[in-house]
Design a binder for this molecule. Structure first.
Ligand SMILES: Cc1cc2nc3c(=O)[nH]c(=O)nc-3n(C[C@H](O)[C@H](O)[C@H](O)COP(=O)(O)O)c2cc1C
Length: 310
């Protein structure tokens, strides 16, 4: 039995209390989860995607449950940059967890504008670059599937973001995720997060129409977990293992054992997404569960587990 366990991680130069985050789009701007969980118990928090202008998002229905998961086609509904700075940022300032702002847009200039405006805000530890949203007609996933686009947008936002940590969120809807991961790292990404949702479709056989107004949506939840674990392991082995670039692993995580799988595969930190809707305090419970696993398995330091799958 391990007497004391060190859960702290160095995440691209940020000293985090533990490796557990909540994922973008599943916990609003933090206040929404505060009634259920103490966010200060987490290592990090990632906001809903922020765009320059407010967005209403796609027409409804825009979510549907599936076997072991859900599809969403929210379409980046968000309060917009000005409101975020005025109303939401002051709330985020009081948390000790590292705050990442997820940045989205339709053009590179949009992404740059958000990063530039927020680059001097002390409450923000870093940006998560959403180049993998499958639910918008312009921008979104198209930035994340072509390596040249990944290079361009990553280097532009890196410049605009000043000292802030830049984490690039990769799309799983590509032939070889190591190629886009490499493009992001070579262009200056300080960290990678993977995965975003998988483009998918549900059809109502009575109406013979897609259930979602957007026709397609992004699949998330336990259904995608083994694929996400594989992709994290692939990016770790082929791109980041010998670098200082950490991976934030996500996709179907609900329990500490799910989290440990991602860490063994190569993640330095993990995030809960869809699970927050079912069990809003699951991230806090995962912190305790990881500690218990380490104690039981004589792991003194969670950092030693990253990428240690045999
Ligand atoms: C309802 C919903 C909204 C989401 N919104 C965003 C978003 O605004 N930006 C983003 O980068 N990812 C967004 N995501 C993707 C999640 O952050 C996460 O990458 C994905 O759901 C896989 O993790 P999970 O299976 O644990 O949910 C959203 C996911 C869901 C379910």
């Amino acid at each position: 039995m391990q007497e004391t366990v060190d859960l702290s991680v160095d995440f691209a130069g940020l000293k985090l209390a533990n490796p557990v985050f909540t994922a973008s789009g599943t916990c609003g701007y933090a206040d929404e989860l505060s009634a259920f969980m103490d966010i200060n118990r987490l290592g990090g928090f990632i906001t809903k995607s922020i765009t320059v202008m407010p967005r209403k998002g796609n027409a409804t229905p825009r979510i549907v449950e599936t076997d072991s998961g859900m599809l969403n086609a929210i379409g980046l509904a968000n309060v917009g940059l000005d409101n975020f700075v005025k109303e939401r940022l002051p709330v985020l300032e009081k948390f000790s967890a590292a705050v990442f702002v997820n940045v989205a847009g339709q053009t590179i200039a949009d992404y740059v504008a958000v990063a530039e405006r927020l680059s001097s805000e002390p409450a923000i530890a870093g940006f998560e670059l959403n180049i993998s949203c499958p639910n918008v007609a312009k921008g979104g996933i198209s930035f994340g599937t072509e390596p040249e686009n990944v290079t361009q947008i990553t280097s532009a936002v890196k410049k605009a973001g000043g000292e802030k940590v830049l984490m690039v969120k990769l799309s799983p809807s590509v032939t070889d995720i190591a190629v886009t991961a490499r493009a992001a790292v070579d262009a200056g990404a300080d960290a990678l997060s993977l995965v975003n949702t998988f483009t998918a479709m549900v059809i109502d056989i009575e109406t013979r129409k897609p259930v979602l107004a957007n026709r397609t949506g992004g699949l998330s939840g336990p259904a995608i977990k083994p694929i996400a674990v594989h992709l994290v392991n692939k990016v770790y082995n082929e791109v980041t293992r010998d670098s200082s670039v950490p991976i934030l692993g996500l996709g179907g995580i609900r329990t500490a054992s799910d989290a440990i799988e991602f860490i063994l595969a190569g993640a330095s930190a993990i995030a809960t997404g869809t699970a927050n809707f079912i069990e809003p305090d699951c991230a806090e419970k995962i912190v305790e569960g990881i500690k218990e696993y380490c104690t039981r398995n004589s792991v003194a330091n969670i950092r030693d587990l990253t990428g240690s799958v045999g």
